[in-house]
Write a protein that binds this ligand. Structure first.
Ligand SMILES: Cc1ncc(COP(=O)(O)O)c(C=O)c1O
Length: 487
């Protein structure tokens, strides 16, 4: 072993190495932040060609390893804070979130057991209590931080499935899936996130278990179709183990009629999970909080803080209305969450999580809320929703732009419309506009579909972006379209 100890510790040598490495990295980040281009525009092939691993037997040392990361990773990274970077639910991060990452990473606490994360465990529990209060749940601490929306949705679906079987006297945890599985269904809207499908496949029930309910003109779950499909399921001898409502669909930002869905779910004794990965940000909103009315009626909720809460990836949460359902995934590992601990009231969060080793991502939300305060946090969330409305109004005034749908959260769906009714051509043109803009490094615009036809999407999370920035971007969309049409 080399005489330089590579481990972070309290020795003078390690502390000096840590400070050097962090300072070198921070300096590089500062330079990168100042880059004017959103992206350097390299292609997949160029990056494959350029990036080579260099694992030597002696090692390069920290300084050279950081220099290589700067050259091959940082310089060709996308500037997510750039005003023209608006493709996805991919937020620029809070400065305080960066500071929290320093603390999270250096302390490397693991959230599975209290003896690996004493203060962190208590902070996470208190945040879960606070989040429950925001949702309108009863006081309690049933919930946990997760890696994001996909995992939170998995927890909701898994507990819904296990509760459904438990009502029939069957323990999935002990005995696995049983019976005619083709009869078991989950309902969600056509615009629900694909993680519903993926999670159902993962849970052994397959894509076939997902019944997609039609959506209205605003991508919201259509209640009449939900009722009809529930009746049809009953007639077919099918059993619905959960209805997944979405509060903030990925493209349109649509919020399903939560209270009405909850009433139907209660009538049919079906678990209701709400995927509020995006719309959950409105919990903090001063202007739009009422969009989430009915969320408190859900049996479980997905929240995601690496979307419109502006936290670094990853940071999400799962909330469970009735703590007793946690029994369905109870597992006691002698080395982590023993009965002795339980009797002594020691909280070991592995009992509430699908993960074992887990990051202390909750710190980011805690520090974010403390640093910004609820009012400023609300302002940066509301900004995106308001901006989307202003952008939509502007799009409507532009001759070659077509607004696909009025915005609901912070996204705008639109198309460049040449003088052609050939929708296959229109779709291809819009796809190419997105590709050309990214390849030029100037903008990242979302390319998606609405009613099966390709359109463009602006996801306006970034609170530093204003209408003028978006007008510049829409100008680039037009210029690119005209160049493509000429070629
Ligand atoms: C509505 C919705 N739910 C769930 C997810 C998945 O979240 P994550 O990417 O954090 O797993 C997304 C991702 O964009 C989403 O838009």
């Amino acid at each position: 072993m080399s005489d330089v100890n590579p481990i972070l510790s309290g020795s003078a040598q390690s502390i000096a190495a840590y400070q050097d490495a962090i300072e070198q990295s921070t300096r590089a980040v500062v330079e990168w932040l100042k880059q004017p281009e959103m992206y350097q525009g390299k292609t997949v092939e160029q990056l494959r060609e350029r990036i080579n691993l260099d694992f030597t037997s002696q090692g390069l040392g920290n300084q050279a390893a950081i220099e290589r990361a700067v050259e091959y990773f940082l310089k060709d990274s996308l500037l997510v804070h750039h005003a023209q970077c608006v493709a996805h639910l991919h937020c620029p991060s809070l400065v305080i979130s960066q500071a929290a990452e320093v603390l999270i990473n250096a302390t490397n606490q693991s959230m599975d057991s209290w003896d690996q994360s004493p203060s962190a465990t208590i902070i996470e529990i208190k945040l879960i209590e606070w989040l429950r209060e925001q949702v309108g749940y009863t006081a309690g601490d049933a919930g946990v931080f997760t890696s994001g929306g996909t995992q939170s949705n998995l927890m909701g679906l898994m507990l819904a499935r296990d509760a459904f079987f438990a009502r029939q006297g069957h323990s999935i945890q002990q005995n696995g899936l049983t019976g005619d599985l083709s009869k078991i269904k989950v309902f969600c809207s056509e615009s629900a996130h694909f993680s519903v499908q993926k999670n159902m496949a993962l849970m052994g029930l397959g894509y076939r278990s997902v019944t997609q309910v039609k959506t209205d003109a605003f991508s919201r779950m259509d209640l009449a179709d939900l009722k009809a499909k529930l009746a049809q399921a009953k007639a077919n001898g099918e059993q619905v183990m959960a209805i997944v409502a979405t509060a903030g669909t990925t493209d349109a930002g649509a919020i399903d009629p939560l209270a009405d869905i909850a009433a139907l779910a209660a009538e049919h004794q079906i678990w209701m999970h709400v995927d509020a990965a995006w719309g959950g940000a409105l919990l903090l909103s001063e202007k739009y909080r009422d969009f989430l009315n009915g969320l408190e009626l859900a049996d479980s909720v997905t929240l995601d803080f690496h979307k419109q809460f502006f936290q670094t990836i990853s940071c999400g949460a799962f909330l469970l209305k009735d703590a007793r359902h946690y029994e369905l995934m109870r597992y006691q590992a002698a080395y982590l969450n023993s009965e002795f601990d339980e009797e002594a009231g020691v909280p070991n969060l592995v009992s509430k999580s699908l993960q074992t080793t887990r990051r202390f991502d909750a710190l980011k939300l805690w520090m974010g809320l403390e640093a910004l305060g609820k009012k400023q946090y609300a302002e940066i969330i509301d900004n995106g929703v308001t901006l989307a409305r202003d952008v939509a109004a502007f799009v409507k005034t532009q001759p070659h732009l077509e607004l696909v749908m009025e915005p609901q959260l912070a996204s705008v769906l639109f198309r460049f419309r040449p003088e052609s009714d050939d929708m296959a051509f229109v779709a291809l043109l819009n796809q190419r506009i997105g590709d050309v803009l990214l390849a030029s490094g100037s903008a990242n615009v979302g390319v998606t579909e609405s009613d099966g036809i390709t359109c463009l999407k602006l996801t306006l999370l970034n609170p530093t972006v204003c209408l003028e920035d978006v007008k510049v971007l829409l100008g680039s969309v037009k210029d690119t379209a005209e160049q493509l049409l000429k070629a």
